[in-house]
Structures are given as C-alpha cells and as structure tokens.
Design a protein around this ligand. Sequence first.
Ligand code: AMP
Ligand code: ZN
Length: 132
Amino acid sequence: MRKSLRNSGTDSGKKGKKMAECLFCRIVSKKVPAKIIYDDERILAFEDINPQAPVHALVIPKKHISTTLDIEDEDNELIGLLFQTAGKIAKEKGIAERGFRLVVNTNQEAGQTVYHVHIHILGGRHMHWPPG
Ligand code: AMP
Ligand code: ZN
C-alpha cells in the first residue's frame, strides 16, 4: 500500500520532493531534455550535464526510487539490469577493457544531489583511489 502510494506520482518522495518535481523523473517523461544514450521499458541512460571524465553517463531506473536505501525486494531484478546496462554502455563507449568506474552516491555526505537512484559511469581517464 505504502509502495503503490509512493510510486503513484502524487505522493511525496524522500526529502519532501514530489515525484512530479524530481529532475530525473522529468527526464524520463521527456519534460526535461537530455542527451539520451539508452532507452528501454525500464531503464534510461543519458550524458551527465557536468562531466567529470571524458566519459560520464548516468543510468537510472524509470521507476522513481529516491536512494539505495529505498530499494525494495521487488526492485532487485531492476537493479541488476541497471548494472548490466551500465556495463553494456561502457562497452559501447569503448572504455570497458581499459576500465571504468561505477559510482552510486547515497545521501548528503556522499554527495547525492538528485534523489532518484542513478549509477554514474565514469571512464576515459585514470581513476584515483581513494576517491575524493
Ligand atoms: P549525484 O550528485 O550523485 O546525485 O549525481 C547527480 C548528477 O546529475 C551530477 O553528476 C549532475 O551533473 C547530474 N545532472 C544534474 N542535472 C542534470 C541534467 N539536467 N542532465 C544530466 N545530468 C544532470
Ligand atoms: Zn524521480
């Protein structure tokens, strides 16, 4: 019940944001433009607007999930597909063999700014460790 309400598009998500106002939901519904590089029934990927590496794309579920802490049992297959799609995109971008980094920020101290789960695909340069 709580779940269907949360995903109905009318209830408030985490951080007081309505899904109608969620930036990435608006990209999913094509109300906000993005350079889309992958689009299927459940997953969307697009170029990051502020790239931190020669390759910097974001892969998101079309379903609104605010953070990794909000992933539910029924989402497990979707999250698996999300990572599989990230790998496919890395191959298409020609960075798979050299290596690339997948980043998922959760909440404030990790630097999450958009509260709709997304995987950053970063590559095309050497990645530092530990990350900043
Ligand atoms: P995070 O800080 O992990 O929540 O990542 C959010 C990412 O979304 C940042 O890397 C931003 O550059 C990116 N971003 C913000 N607005 C847009 C947009 N309109 N289109 C594409 N990427 C965006
Ligand atoms: Zn959203």
